[in-house]
Design a protein. Structure first.
Length: 362
């Protein structure tokens, strides 16, 4: 047993210090990035924000909506070759990835999908724990089978495993264990790593090898997205912030909550309609029962199931996030998203903001 005594930081532990700027308006900020990936040598241009490959987030409809903003979607693993085929004519292969696990069945489905749709460029190999030797072997196998595809692999949170996955064939490493809004890994297992420090350390390791990382999880507000980019993330993946929209599918639950309103002589109940959507972690019992029929007796649930407010169309959320990142860039004098990390100085804080008038969330 050993203990590391240096501070590890989360998004809530820091703020970005403002700096002199020559920018006159947010309109001057360019959020587009162009990357050339290490192994595949493919070039990608777009705004590097991703929808997570979670139920209710990484859907085909979400991919269609986000590609219009030049954003990216990692599709959920449960889509079959036929599902993707039905929507393929409306999808831009430059702005979505097919996701896969690491079983033999997963590999066969991946081969079938890429055979039927050869223009697909991105593969997301996704497991909760990217530290197993088997996972590294699988990444290496997929790289040998698909040498010209862009491979995303994760999740890990340390520099050594970031480098290992890159050397095994990953172009982009997905970083994050336990920070997600519906993830309970840190509670159930005691394992995890504060997300801001994970980004800083893994980005440094990846960039030294000419590869890239995704910050996956932990963003609770648009400011956290800006902090992730400021810390060196090449892409930022969002789950909870993209959940609850029309494009995510799922049943909209309508509830009526009563409040008391004073009339002339008494208080009378007023019923207010509220709409919600169910959202759950992909290691939750809800997800395991949905996709596998039960929770296997050798494991436990590492995700929660919650009701979140129904948010309508995702376009509104996207424009809010992009507007905030442009604003962050103007505060620190970064004319492009590429330069944001070079212009970022983090200061440690004990309190991020004044929440005295923040309403309790239901």
């Amino acid at each position: 047993m050993r203990i590391e005594f240096d501070d590890k930081l989360d998004f809530s532990d820091v703020l970005i210090r403002p700096k002199r700027s020559t920018l006159q308006s947010r309109k001057e900020v360019d959020l587009s990035r162009t990357y050339t990936f290490k192994h595949s040598m493919q070039t990608w241009t777009g705004i590097p924000i991703m929808a997570s490959n979670m139920d209710g987030v990484g859907t085909l409809e979400m991919a269609k909506a986000l590609q219009s903003h030049k954003l990216f979607t990692c599709l959920v693993k449960s889509y079959t070759t036929k599902d993707i085929g039905h929507a393929f004519d409306t999808l831009d292969p430059n702005h979505f990835a097919v996701s896969t696990g690491t079983s033999k069945k997963d590999l066969e489905q991946l081969k079938e999908t890429l055979k039927n749709h050869p223009s697909i460029q991105f593969i997301c190999i996704d497991v909760a724990n990217g530290y197993s030797e088997y996972f590294g072997d699988f990444v290496e196998k997929v790289r040998s089978l698909f040498p010209h595809h862009v491979i995303i692999a994760g999740n890990v949170v340390t520099a050594d495993m970031t480098q290992e996955l890159i050397l095994r064939g990953a172009d982009i490493v997905k970083v994050g264990i336990g920070p997600g809004s519906v993830c309970t890994t840190r509670i159930q297992t005691g394992v995890g790593y504060p997300q801001l420090s994970a980004i800083i350390e893994c980005a440094d390791a990846a960039h030294g090898l000419g590869a890239h990382i995704i910050s996956d999880g932990g963003c609770t507000c648009p400011g956290d997205v800006a902090k992730a980019f400021g810390a060196g993330a090449d892409f930022v993946m969002l789950g909870g912030m993209f959940a609850g929209h029309i494009e995510g599918g799922g049943e909209v639950i309508t509830e009526y909550h009563d409040t008391m309103q004073r009339t002339k002589d008494s208080f009378e109940p007023i019923y207010k309609e509220k709409r919600f959507v169910e959202f759950y972690g992909m290691s939750s019992s809800t997800a395991m029962i949905k996709h596998h029929g039960s929770v296997a007796d050798y494991r436990s649930s590492e995700g929660r199931t919650v009701k979140i407010p129904f948010k309508g169309n995702v376009d509104v959320t996207v424009l809010d996030i992009l507007g905030v990142i442009r604003s962050t860039c103007t505060y620190v004098g970064a004319p492009t998203l590429k330069q944001l990390s070079k212009c970022t100085t983090f200061i440690k804080v004990h309190r991020q903001y004044n929440d005295v008038f923040v309403k309790e969330k239901h």
